[in-house]
Design a binder for this molecule. Structure first.
Ligand SMILES: *Cc1c(COP(=O)(O)O)cnc(C)c1O
Length: 230
């Protein structure tokens, strides 16, 4: 174990932490999946994680992401766009990613739908919700989300999977759970048989256990896996 490369050791540690949190909080085994957040990291770090079994990667900065996607094209990696979508830069997202976690406008959704290449499956989406009214973080307000969710149902090249949030950091475990519980409750109110919204993308390096306790299905972990960002 100790002679594994550091990224492999940390990956296995995080996987153990996820499995332990599933057990502790009565979640089905394997119901929480890891998105390795590789923003600012060189392609060699992603390869080290891939060699240790990771294939889902989250990127926030489009230009940087596109370079890595090209460098790593021969590997079967699944790319998740988790950053702010800039007005007219939707085409490369539609062409190169499997998932977008950070959708917060119908205009972006329409562009992604029109630009999704026909040889690819529909683009999987989460709507980003500004659950604790932190305007700097992006995301739709809870009150506006129902209209966006029903409009997305009309766009055939997109597939709405669920909701995502990025709450402000909190110290205590019970405080960390609150915004995640709010996102889950919002999902429960919005879910229909046609749009079950099974994905909850929530939880990062410092609050993933709280997110798993409240129903996260995708946790997005960067610094705990790759080290602190410079
Ligand atoms: C950077 C980032 C993460 C990962 O944060 P860590 O604290 O490094 O785990 C998760 N989600 C989003 C949207 C991010 O931008």
């Amino acid at each position: 174990m100790t002679d594994l490369p550091p990224i492999a050791q940390r990956l296995h540690q995080i996987e153990r932490q996820i499995r332990e949190a599933e057990r502790q909080h009565h979640r089905d085994p394997g119901s929480v999946q890891l998105v390795a957040v590789s923003k600012t990291r060189p392609a060699s770090d992603l390869l080290a994680a891939h060699a240790a079994g990771q294939h889902r990667f989250g990127e926030s900065y489009l230009q940087e992401a596109l370079e890595k996607i090209e460098q790593l094209a021969e590997y079967p990696l699944e790319w998740h766009f988790i950053g702010r979508i800039q007005g007219n830069k939707t085409r490369p997202i539609a062409e190169h990613f499997a998932w977008v976690h950070s959708l917060d406008s119908l205009r972006h959704a329409q562009r992604l739908n029109d630009q999704r290449p026909s040889h690819l499956p529909p683009l999987k989406l989460c709507v980003q919700v500004n659950i604790d009214q932190q305007s700097s973080k992006g995301g739709v307000a809870s009150g506006e989300i129902a209209a966006l969710v029903s409009a997305l149902h009309q766009l055939p090249r997109l597939r709405l999977e669920g909701l995502m949030t990025l709450p402000a950091a909190r110290e205590a475990f019970s405080a960390q759970r609150q915004p995640f519980a709010a996102l889950r409750q919002l999902r429960d109110r919005l879910a229909t048989p046609a749009q079950p919204l099974t994905t909850l993308s929530m939880g990062m390096s410092d609050d993933l256990e709280a997110a798993i306790a409240e129903g996260a299905t995708l946790v997005r972990v960067g610094s705990a896996l790759f080290g602190e960002r410079g």
